[in-house]
Design a protein around this ligand. Structure first.
Ligand code: GLY
Ligand code: MN
Ligand code: MN
Length: 435
C-alpha cells in the first residue's frame, strides 16, 4: 500500500498546522463514513479532503487526532478494528496496528476507544480547547456539543496551507489535468449530429475509469439549450445538428481534481452566431488567464474577463449602453444577465477548493501567489426560454463556457490543461474524426 506522498510531506503539513495552535489543544479531524444510497447499497466512498491532506487515510470512518497536552505533539489515527464478518463481505480492513506501522502518525487506535479517550483528553489538566471540523461526523459534533468545551474551527488554520500546492501535489494535478484533457479530446472525436449527451458522458467517464480515475464532480454534458443551464447534469437528450454541446467534466487522481469545460458544435462547424459568442468567451478567458499574475489581487482575473465580455456584448448589439454602464457598480451590471457565475475558483483536493478564493466567501480573498492552482472559466448563456432579459433570436439557445486549470508561478500563469484544444480551427478539425 503506497500513500501518494512521503511521510515527511505529511509531517510537514501536520507541523505547519499544529504550530499555529495554542497549548492544551486537542485536534479532531474525522473523515466520511459510508453513505447509504438504497437498501444494502452505498454511494461510492470519498474520503474527507482534510483527512487526505493530513494523513492520506482513504478509507471509510476514521479520526485523526493530535494533542499537545503533555508538552509535545502526539498524533493518532482512530480506525475501524479488524472484523472477520465485515471483511468477508466488504474486503480487508487495515486496522490500528497496520496504521501504526504504515501511516504518518504516532499511534493507530481502534475507533471504538475514541469516546473514552475523548473524555480523557478534555479532562486533562492542560486541556484548553478542541480544534475540529463540524458537519463531517454527526457523532463527533454531538460529543463536542454535549460536553460544552471550547471549540475552534480547524479550517481557519488548514485552509491557507492547502492554498499553496507542493511540488508533489502539482505533479499529481498535472496528471489529473492531462487525463481530463484527453477525455475531452475523445469526446470531441466522437461528435456527430444526433449523438446523445449520455454517450459523450460515457466516453469521458469511461476514459476516467479505464485510467483508474473517477469523476471529481458529476459531468455536465448539455446540448443546445441545455448548455445554458449552469449545473445541468441530466445528460439524457440527443444533440441536434447545428447545436453546440458544452461539456464540463474533470477527474480525480489521489483526490486531486481537474475541472475542464469545452464547448463545440456537434456537427463540427460553428455557425456565425455561435462563432461570435465563442470567440468573445475565448478572448475573455485568455485575458483572465493573463491577469493571473503573482501579487495581483484575486478579483483581477474576474475583472479582466468581465471587461472583455461586457465590451463584446455591446459590440454584438446585445447590450445598448456604455462599457461603464454594462459593467455597473462593483461588476454587477447588466453583462451579468448573460454571465452569471464567477470567473473561477481554487482547485485541489476539492474541486471548489478551500483557501478563500471564491466570490461570496467570507473572509479575505488571497492575492495570487506561486503554487496556487485555480480554474478560469468565463461563459455566456442565452437560454431560449428567458423572458426577463433580451435574448436576440440569433443567439437564442447558445451557451458557451471555456474552462482551463491554471498554475500560478513567478514566471506567469501556466495552463495545465493546454493539451485540450480550444481554438476554433483546432476544435473543428477534431470533431467527428473518431479514433
Ligand atoms: N464543474 C464545476 C465548476 O466548473 O465549477
Ligand atoms: Mn467546471
Ligand atoms: Mn470550475
Amino acid at each position: 500500500m503506497n500513500l501518494p506522498f512521503t511521510h515527511d510531506e505529511y509531517f510537514d503539513r501536520q507541523s505547519s498546522f499544529l504550530d499555529q495552535l495554542p497549548d492544551g489543544s486537542v485536534v479532531i479531524i474525522p473523515t466520511n463514513m459510508k453513505k447509504r444510497r438504497s437498501n444494502d447499497t452505498n454511494f461510492p466512498f470519498r474520503a474527507n479532503s482534510y483527512m487526505l491532506y493530513l494523513s492520506g487515510w482513504d478509507h471509510p470512518g476514521g479520526i485523526w487526532v493530535a494533542h499537545n497536552l503533555d508538552s509535545s505533539w502526539e498524533t493518532s489515527l482512530y480506525v475501524r478494528p479488524n472484523d472477520t464478518k465485515s471483511e468477508i463481505w466488504e474486503g480487508r480492513i487495515l486496522g490500528p496496528d497496520f496504521v501504526t506501522q504504515n501511516f504518518p502518525v504516532d499511534n493507530g487506535y481502534s475507533i471504538n476507544s475514541f469516546d473514552d479517550d475523548f473524555i480523557q483528553y478534555i479532562q486533562h489538566q492542560n486541556f484548553s480547547s478542541i480544534i475540529s471540523i463540524d458537519g463531517v461526523d454527526a457523532h463527533i459534533d454531538q460529543l463536542i456539543y454535549d460536553h460544552n468545551v471550547p471549540n475552534l474551527d480547524a479550517r481557519k488554520f488548514l485552509d491557507k496551507l492547502r492554498l499553496k500546492k507542493s511540488e508533489n501535489e502539482i505533479e499529481i494535478m498535472i496528471k489529473s489535468a492531462e487525463l481530463a484533457s484527453q477525455a475531452h479530446i475523445l469526446a470531441m472525436k466522437s461528435g456527430n449530429s444526433g449523438v446523445s449527451e449520455c454517450h459523450l458522458q460515457s466516453i469521458i467517464e469511461g476514459y476516467f475509469i479505464s485510467n483508474r480515475s473517477r469523476w471529481a464532480y458529476p459531468s455536465i454534458v448539455g446540448g443546445g439549450d441545455n448548455a445554458t443551464i449552469l449545473h445541468y447534469s441530466i445528460n439524457q437528450d440527443d444533440i441536434q445538428d447545428g447545436e453546440l454541446v458544452l461539456i464540463d467534466a474533470g477527474c480525480e487522481i489521489e483526490g486531486y481534481a481537474s475541472d475542464i469545460t469545452r464547448t463545440w458544435p456537434v456537427n463540427g462547424k460553428f455557425t456565425d452566431p455561435q462563432r461570435e459568442i465563442y470567440e468573445l468567451v475565448l478572448n475573455a478567458e485568455k485575458a483572465a488567464i493573463q491577469a493571473c499574475q503573482v501579487g495581483a489581487p484575486w478579483r483581477s482575473f474576474h475583472e479582466a474577463a468581465s471587461k472583455v465580455l461586457a465590451q463584446g456584448l455591446i459590440d454584438l448589439g446585445i447590450l445598448d449602453c456604455t462599457l461603464q454602464e454594462a459593467l455597473g457598480d462593483d461588476f454587477n451590471g447588466p453583462y451579468r444577465n448573460y454571465f452569471m457565475h464567477g470567473t473561477g475558483h481554487l482547485l485541489g483536493l476539492d474541486v471548489h477548493d478551500v483557501g478563500g478564493g471564491r466570490q461570496g466567501d467570507d473572509g479575505p480573498s488571497p492575492v495570487f501567489t506561486s503554487g496556487m492552482i485555480l480554474t478560469v472559466e468565463p461563459g455566456l448563456y442565452f437560454a431560449s426560454w428567458r423572458t426577463d432579459v433580451s435574448i436576440p433570436s440569433k443567439y437564442s439557445g447558445i451557451g458557451v463556457r471555456i474552462e482551463d486549470n491554471i498554475l500560478i508561478t513567478d514566471n506567469g500563469p501556466i495552463v495545465l490543461t493546454s493539451s485540450c484544444p480550444k481554438e476554433i480551427d483546432e476544435i473543428e478539425a477534431l470533431i467527428g474524426t473518431g479514433e
